[in-house]
Design a protein around this ligand. Structure first.
Ligand code: PMP
Length: 441
């Protein structure tokens, strides 16, 4: 008989061997042993639609990724101190997609590490130390990245905001201070930079730069109003600061209409940070900047990462970028994103619980509310829907300061039939949740 993994035993052992803040998804945790495109298979081979994971950008278990990885592992794997065409190839592929002044690449092992390096670059180039960043941001799990991630440092058990970190509101025009009824909302959010700059001056500090996820994800799948980043960048640059775009979630074609999120905001960052989807599951991140910034940084000690920019990592990342082109995945993200967002808006017309539908391409969110007027977050409903969808074998997540925003962010390979199934099941879960919620009130 074929052996089936004892998931209860794995769960028990996990509790023995891991800290309780190393979390599992879902009330009924799920085991996955295989993947294929935008599907995952559990220990019994049952299929799940993966509508959540952005790391398998070109799909789980892509044969081309497997081929380049096994081929390179059979040859050798080493670091950036030796010449190898793989590093050049990845640098060429990435810079071809970016504005021409972003021409110098660094390769690292994760998004956190990429943001750490971005901070060092901004400080080296500006001579300042202070950072301005939107509230509820997330840039990684290392000490420096946590310091600039309000989503983490503001939680119980954390040391709070460092004096060199200055928060502005996240430009959420559904729940925030300035909403869609204010035609000047982009400007009003950006003007908060002026107050942050005053604070830095009063403290006797000096600005290094501004960092933001181009579309804030843990903040609630936020799409900032048009013109927001342009107004911000003008202010930052006038004060001598460096503008950093964390494109870990928004880069590489996910947005459909745009290869990078900053294109939608019509800005040109000084530093672009990439991670997650770049290696399709293999740990690789990148930082791309201008020659001027890189040269200031190069006045310091050697930059070296043992694994960052290995031949293997660079070949895998180049392959990911090539697959996005060859399989027209950006175009698919545009078409499937439009289908998904259209379907979600249609659900919004029928379900009172849906307060807002937002997104771009396959970066989407459903803001669930108890009441459309007050916009009180329907956190329990989001929790219910996410777990119920898991039981129906569809993976989605939830996000936002109140955890009430359903996050739907599938691999770029998703097809129309899958989108329709997702919408259909979502409809069912919202019906169930809605009748329970409104029967209770
Ligand atoms: N920036 C953003 C926007 C992210 O979403 C993440 C990861 N969720 C990171 C940085 C950190 O990346 P990593 O987990 O690879 O260190």
């Amino acid at each position: 008989a074929c052996e089936i993994l004892d998931t209860q035993a794995v769960l028990a052992e996990r509790k023995t061997r891991f800290a309780s803040n190393v979390k599992l998804s879902y009330r009924r945790p799920v085991t996955f042993l295989r993947g294929w495109r935008h599907h995952l298979f559990d220990e019994r081979g049952r299929p799940y639609l993966d509508a959540y994971n952005n790391v398998p950008h070109v799909g789980h278990a892509h044969p081309r990724i497997r081929a380049v990885a096994s081929e390179q592992l059979a040859r050798m794997n080493s670091n950036t101190r030796y010449l190898h065409p793989a590093q050049i190839k990845l640098a060429q592929r990435l810079t071809a997609k970016l504005p021409p002044e972003l021409e110098i690449c660094f390769f690292v092992n994760s998004g956190s590490e990429a943001n750490e390096l971005a901070l060092r670059l901004a400080r080296a180039a500006s001579g300042g130390y202070d950072i301005i960043t939107p509230d509820h941001g997330y840039h990684g799990n290392t000490t420096g990245a946590i310091d600039i991630s309000a989503y983490k440092f503001n939680r119980p058990g954390m040391s709070g905001r460092k004096p060199w970190v200055h928060l502005v509101d996240v430009a959420d025009d559904y729940r925030g201070r300035f909403r869609r009824d204010d035609p000047q909302r982009a400007l009003h959010y950006a003007q908060q930079i002026d107050a942050a700059l005053d604070e830095i001056r009063q403290n006797g500090g000096r600005l290094a730069g501004f960092i933001a996820e181009t579309f804030p994800s843990v903040g609630g799948q936020i799409i900032p109003p048009e013109g927001y980043l342009d107004e911000v960048y003008q202010r930052i640059r006038a004060a001598g600061g460096i503008c950093i775009a964390d494109e870990v979630q928004t880069g590489l074609g996910r947005l459909g209409d745009y290869y990078f999120g900053f294109e939608q905001q019509k800005v040109r960052p000084d530093i672009v940070v990439l991670g997650k989807p770049l290696g399709n599951g293999h740990p690789v991140g990148a930082v791309i900047t201008t020659r001027e910034i890189a040269e200031r940084f190069a006045q310091g000690p050697e930059y070296f990462s043992t694994f960052g920019g290995s031949n293997l990592s660079c070949l895998i990342a180049s392959e990911v970028l090539d697959i996005v082109e060859d399989e027209a995945l950006q175009e698919n993200a545009r078409a499937m994103g439009a289908r998904l967002l259209g379907g979600m808006r249609e659900l919004g017309a029928r379900h009172e619980i849906i307060g807002d539908v937002r997104g771009f391409g396959l970066f989407t969110g459903l803001d669930l509310v108890k009441d459309r007027e007050s916009r009180e977050p329907a956190t329990e409903v989001a929790d219910y829907v996410m777990n119920r969808l898991r039981d129906l074998r569809i993976l989605v997540g939830r996000e936002g300061p109140q955890d009430n925003i359903l996050k739907i962010r599938p691999p770029l390979t998703i097809e129309a039939e899958d989108v329709d199934m997702l919408l259909d099941r979502l409809d069912l879960c919202l019906k169930e949740a809605g009748s329970a919620l409104f029967a209770a009130t």
